[in-house]
Design a protein around this ligand. Structure first.
Ligand code: RTP
Ligand code: MG
Length: 148
């Protein structure tokens, strides 16, 4: 089963949007297999956003993601990586379609509510970065008969 790493960013945690965001992925049919409320260290932020190290917005990005608690999650399901990105909407909330998470709750690119892995490789890397193996659960396969 495909897995992805999703993270409710500090802006959305402070605004009380964790439940709203979880609800959307649950209702879609995806399964939550790991979750924790945590503060991201500077070191973790820098490795998580490694690909953006040379970008001018990198220092602000690290400062923002370490500025308050985040809600880190692992979700599983058919095509969950691409579908979660569609449900999140485009990076800039001003351009994100209504009905998407960023389109409905965000206004500016830096405070864009949620992170989601963008490929199988980044999902594997990010899940390992944030979770130990014994922090992820397994579900009975029977439950999936109602979704697939
Ligand atoms: P994310 O990694 O957070 O899920 O977002 P993404 O894939 O949609 O966007 P990405 O290109 O990976 O950018 C990572 C985060 O950097 C911030 N950003 N700021 N021009 C800017 O100031 C700028 N551009 C990107 C965003 O918060 C974006 O989520
Ligand atoms: Mg990204």
């Amino acid at each position: 089963m495909e897995k992805t790493f999703l993270m409710v960013k500090p802006d959305a945690v402070q605004r009380g949007l964790i439940g709203e965001i979880i609800s959307r992925f649950e209702a879609k049919g995806f399964q939550l297999i790991g979750a924790k409320l945590m503060t991201v260290s500077e070191e973790l932020a820098e490795s998580h956003y490694e690909e953006h190290k040379e970008r001018p917005f990198f220092p602000e990005l690290v400062q923002f993601i370490t500025s308050g608690p985040v809600f880190a999650m692992v979700w599983q399901g058919e095509q969950v990586i691409a579908t979660a990105r569609l449900m999140m909407g485009t990076t800039n909330p001003q351009e994100a379609a209504s009905g998407t998470i960023r389109g409905d709750y965000g206004l500016i690119v830096r405070k864009n509510i949620i992170h989601g892995s963008d490929s199988v490789q980044s999902a594997e890397r990010e899940i390992k970065l944030f979770f130990k193996e014994d922090e992820l659960v397994e579900y009975s396969k029977l439950i999936n008969n109602w979704i697939y």
